[in-house]
Design a protein around this ligand. Structure first.
Ligand SMILES: Cc1ncc(COP(=O)(O)O)c(C=O)c1O
Length: 390
C-alpha cells in the first residue's frame, strides 16, 4: 500500500459480522437496529408527490427552508425553545453525518473528546480522523450511571468535546436533568463543547421525559444537538438527520457539511416537511409503540432464564444470559446464532475495556410476530441450555 491507514484497527463492524452470520445460518436477525415494518403510507405518498412536484435538483446546502421551519416548530413544541431555522439548523445525511461534521468542526490534532462506554461506534473513528483521541469513561451494568467525578479528573486543556447520548444505545438508559446539570457545571469554565446524540429522543418509556440539551439554557449555548428522521419516521434508509447548534458553531459546522455531502436529497426533505406539517404530532406515539414491544418481549421471556434488563428508552433491549452460560458475550451471541437461530449483538464490543458482564442487545423495532418468533426460539434454546446444565 502506498499510504498509511488512518484507522488501522478498524475492521468490519460487529453489526455486519453478525448480520452476515445470521444470513449464513438462516437465523432471525434481531441484532441490527432497523425496523422490519413499513413507513406510514402518508409518508410514502408524499415522497412520490415531492418528486412529481419537481423537487429533484440540489436542495439548499443547509437544508430546505420548509423542512428547517418544521424542525424549529417541532423542537419548540418538544423542548420549549425555538432554534432559528436560518442560523441554527442544518439538515444532514442521517445523524451520522451530523455527528461526523460536529466532531471535525470542534476537535483538532492532539485534542481530546470524552465519551461514555458502552459507546455507539461512530464517535471514536470520527475523533481519530480529526487527529484527536477519545477518553472513554465506562458506565457499569446494571445501572450504567454517569461517573461525573471521573469526568472531572480527565478534563484537561486538551479537552474540546464531551459526547453524550440519551436515550443511550446500547445501554438503553437515560441521562436525567441532574446529569446535564453536573455536565454544565463541570465544563462551565473550560472551552469545551457538547455533542448530544439524541436520535432516540421520542423513545423514552414509563412516562419519563427526554432531557434534551436544548431544554437546558446553559448547555444549549455550547451544544451540537443531533437528531434523526430515520429513527423518528421508521425510515433508517432515508438517511435524513439534522444538527441544531448556536449560530457561530453552525457556521463552522456548515463549512464541513458543505464539502462533505453538500446537501441532502431534495425530495426526501420536501416529503418530510410536508409530513410534519400534516402530522405534527406523529412522533408522540413512538414511546407507546416501542414500550408495547419491550413489554411483549419481557412477557414472552419471563421465567425462561434469560433476564430482560428493562429498557428505559431506545428501540433496543438488553438481555442477561448469566443464569444460562458463563462464557463471554461474543461466544454467547455466536451460540445463539448456531443453536437458537437468533442473531443478537454482544454488549462488550461497545467498550474499550468491558467490565465483567453477561449482556446482549436485541432490537425491538420489529413486527410483533418477529418478536414472538424470536422469543419462542430463545425460550426453547434456554430450556435446552438449562437441561444440559448450561
Ligand atoms: C446512538 C445512535 N446515534 C446515531 C445513529 C445514526 O443515525 P442515522 O441512521 O440517522 O445516521 C444511530 C443509529 O443506529 C444510533 O443508534
Amino acid at each position: 500500500m502506498r499510504f498509511v491507514s488512518k484507522l488501522p484497527e478498524v475492521g468490519t463492524t460487529i453489526f455486519t459480522v453478525m448480520s452476515r452470520r445470521a444470513a449464513e445460518e438462516g437465523a432471525l436477525n434481531i441484532g441490527q437496529g432497523f425496523p422490519d415494518y413499513p413507513v406510514d403510507p402518508l409518508l410514502a405518498e408524499l415522497i412520490g408527490e415531492a418528486v412529481r412536484d419537481g423537487h429533484n435538483q440540489y436542495a439548499p446546502m443547509e437544508g430546505s427552508r420548509a423542512l428547517r421551519e418544521q424542525i424549529a416548530a417541532k423542537i419548540e413544541r418538544c423542548y420549549g425553545y425555538r432554534p432559528d431555522p436560518i442560523a441554527q439548523i442544518t439538515v444532514t445525511c442521517g445523524a451520522t453525518e451530523a455527528l461526523y461534521d460536529a466532531i471535525q468542526t470542534v476537535v483538532g490534532p492532539g485534542e481530546e473528546a470524552v465519551i461514555f462506554d458502552p459507546a455507539y461506534d461512530v464517535y471514536e473513528p470520527a475523533v481519530r480522523l480529526a487527529g484527536g483521541r477519545c477518553i472513554r469513561i465506562p458506565m457499569t451494568p446494571p445501572v450504567f450511571a454517569y461517573d461525573w467525578d471521573r469526568v472531572r479528573r480527565v478534563i484537561s486543556d486538551r479537552t474540546r468535546l464531551v459526547i453524550i447520548n440519551s436515550p443511550q444505545n446500547p445501554s438503553c438508559t437515560l441521562a436525567r436533568r441532574a446529569d446535564l446539570d453536573q455536565l454544565a457545571a463541570l465544563i462551565r469554565d473550560h472551552p469545551i463543547s457538547v455533542l448530544s446524540d439524541e436520535v432516540y429522543e421520542h423513545v423514552v418509556f414509563d412516562g419519563e421525559r427526554h432531557a434534551s440539551v436544548l431544554a437546558h439554557p446553559e448547555l444549549r449555548e455550547r451544544s451540537f444537538a443531533v437528531f434523526s428522521f430515520g429513527k423518528t419516521l421508521h425510515a433508517t434508509g432515508w438517511r435524513t438527520g439534522y444538527c441544531i447548534a448556536p449560530p457561530a458553531e453552525t457556521l463552522e459546522l456548515r463549512k464541513v457539511h458543505q464539502f462533505n455531502t453538500f446537501s441532502i436529497a431534495a425530495p426526501l426533505q420536501e416529503a418530510i416537511a410536508r409530513y410534519l406539517a400534516r402530522a405534527p404530532q406523529a412522533w408522540e406515539q413512538l414511546a407507546g409503540f416501542f414500550q408495547a414491544r419491550r413489554d411483549l418481549l419481557a412477557d414472552e421471556l419471563r421465567g425462561s432464564g434469560l433476564r430482560v434488563h428493562r429498557a428505559q428508552g431506545t428501540f433496543f433491549q438488553l438481555i442477561d444470559y448469566g443464569a444460562l452460560d458463563a462464557g463471554d458475550d461474543l461466544h454467547f451471541a455466536n451460540r445463539l446464532i448456531n443453536e437458537a437461530k437468533v442473531a443478537v449483538i454482544p454488549l462488550s464490543v461497545f467498550y474499550a475495556e468491558a467490565p465483567p458482564m453477561t449482556l446482549v442487545r436485541l432490537c425491538i423495532a420489529k413486527q410483533e410476530s418477529t418478536l414472538r418468533e424470536a422469543a419462542r426460539r430463545l425460550r426453547e434454546f434456554a430450556q435446552r441450555a438449562a437441561r444440559h446444565g448450561a
